[in-house]
Design a protein around this ligand. Structure first.
Ligand SMILES: [Zn+2]
Length: 114
């Protein structure tokens, strides 16, 4: 048996409100509920952060895919330049579009030997 803190009326232990004055009797319960709801919002924030981190990982993974062609194209162009062989216009345009805008323009400006 517990007593209402507002009016002193006797109340059942499991009663949430005083039957006499209507004051809340479950103060501890109320505090615990607040903690639970803040825990819930923490969980939600964590979940959202996790989702964004997964998306970030996927995005970073896609950002790495250009390396698959960027590195071979760079090596190919370097070999051609060093050996003095002409580089095709198509390759230069691809370099401009997919590897480096400046490098592509520079390659296009180069005078290729006939
Ligand atoms: Zn009361």
């Amino acid at each position: 048996m517990k007593y209402c803190q507002s009016c002193g009326n006797k109340a059942d232990d499991d009663a949430a409100f005083c039957q006499n004055c209507g004051a809340s009797l479950g103060e501890q319960e109320f505090v615990r509920e607040n903690k639970t709801s803040s825990q819930n919002s923490n969980d939600t924030l964590g979940l959202i952060a996790f989702v964004f981190m997964v998306l970030g990982c996927i995005y970073m993974g896609f950002a790495l895919i250009p390396l698959i062609w960027c590195i071979p194209m760079t090596i190919y162009a370097n070999n051609k330049i060093r050996s003095g062989e002409p580089i095709g216009v198509g390759f230069k345009v691809c370099t401009l579009l997919f590897v480096s805008l400046i490098a592509g323009i520079l390659l296009l400006c180069r005078q290729e030997k006939e």
